[in-house]
Design a protein around this ligand. Structure first.
Ligand SMILES: Cc1ncc(COP(=O)(O)O)c(C=O)c1O
Length: 378
């Protein structure tokens, strides 16, 4: 890794350099997605995907109540309203709940492949088709997961990924990307991630139906002083680009990703086998046609805090993902949801504990963790 990072330092191209281009093409091949647009974070990728779909004020986007805050935050950030749906036993959004929430204002459905487990994409895509709305996958936890032979992030209209360091493919800082098979959406994402200027900005503005007048080239003469294409802007956009140093680190790790995910799977399978005699509710294995990438191994415990404390005393870190369902977050109190309205998500939030799962976890360390959990219930 050090050599790749040094190369970037010596290149002087720190933002959007050759490493970024290599990363986008490597990712396109890995995912089987025609267009990859890198950006600054998973949150930015969600916002860019929403903007590319033309979603804004007055629109509704149906998403799960059980996710990281950013899934819903991005919907609000573009001016739209998140509409929360409850979850199934495997923590993913319940398609029946989506159906019940579709309105004339619904512009998109945003399933989250939570903990690396693919959402029920066939049902979700069918609902979206019937309603004529977009499907925006939050694949931030799901790089390498598969559904019916395709990678998560290639199953809807457009998808967002995160390369936050703890993700299955983690950078050495923040990073993200948008994946899509739709070239028009990709142009709009490229424009929005970098100030909406130049030829890309013009093309994006036109695709968004804005009246931007004639050809860019006719608007001014090139001079020796500045690039006329660069300093004409068509959208109020953003600056969310991937640093070359992140891309270089991700380029080193991408060929190792499937191996990392296999190791996560082996760890998950061992937990499921050896924790079966405990009172914990263990995560289901893969349903037909879907392959989780095991971003988290979440169990449900009646006495979550007691278990976490017991493990903490033995030096074992756990996470309560997620302690608060999105519809009950203070930031969304203006939406008027009350306790009890999405019971499955609320129950999961009250009981879930995520056990250590990462490729570097050794067999001995996992044996120690399993032993510590069993001793709690003895
Ligand atoms: C489901 C989900 N969506 C969105 C995000 C946001 O990604 P980032 O932290 O890169 O902004 C995350 C990251 O934790 C996530 O887990």
């Amino acid at each position: 890794m050090g050599g790749a990072l040094l190369d970037v330092l010596q290149s002087g191209a720190y933002v959007e350099g050759a490493a970024v281009r290599d990363f986008e093409s490597g990712m396109s091949e890995y995912l089987g997605a025609e267009h990859i647009v890198s950006c600054g974070s998973g949150t930015a990728a969600l916002e860019l995907a929403l903007r590319a779909c033309g979603i804004g004020r007055g629109d509704e986007v149906i998403t799960t109540a059980f996710s990281f805050f950013a899934s819903a935050e991005a919907i609000s950030a573009v001016g739209a309203t998140p509409v929360f749906a409850d979850i199934l036993d495997d923590f993913t959004i319940d398609p029946a709940q989506i159906g019940a929430r579709l309105t004339a204002r619904t512009k998109a459905i945003m399933p989250v492949h939570i903990f690396g487990r693919p959402a029920r994409m066939d049902d979700i895509n069918q609902l979206a088709r019937e309603q004529g709305v977009k499907v925006i996958e939050d694949a931030c936890q799901a790089i390498g997961a598969q559904y019916k032979g395709k990678r998560c992030g290639t199953l809807g209209d457009i998808a967002a990924f995160s390369f936050y360091p703890t993700k299955n493919l983690g950078g050495i800082g923040d990073g993200g990307m948008v994946a899509t098979g739709d070239g028009r959406l990709a142009v709009i994402v490229r424009a929005y991630k970098s100030h909406g200027g130049g030829k890309t900005g013009l093309e994006a503005a036109r695709l968004l139906g804005m009246d931007v007048g004639g050809e860019l080239a006719g608007q001014c003469e090139a001079t020796a002083l500045y690039d006329p294409y660069k300093y004409f802007n068509y959208l109020i956009a953003d600056n969310s680009r991937l640093d070359s140093i992140q891309a270089a680190a991700l380029n080193v790790k991408l060929p190792l990703l499937d191996g990392y995910n296999s190791r996560r799977r082996a760890i998950a399978e061992r937990y499921s086998q050896e924790l079966a005699p405990t009172p914990l509710a263990l995560p289901a294995g893969d349903s037909a046609g879907s392959v989780s990438c095991w971003h988290q191994y979440a169990v449900l415990a009646e006495d979550r805090d007691g278990l976490a404390e017991h493990l903490g005393e033995k030096g074992i870190g756990t996470g309560a993902f997620y302690p608060v369902p999105l519809h009950l977050q203070k930031a969304f109190s203006f939406l008027g949801y009350s306790e009890g309205c999405l019971p499955a998500a609320e129950a999961a939030c009250a009981r879930s504990v995520c056990l250590p799962i990462f490729p570097e976890l050794t067999d001995d360390e996992q044996a120690y963790i399993i032993d510590a959990i069993r001793s709690y219930y003895r």
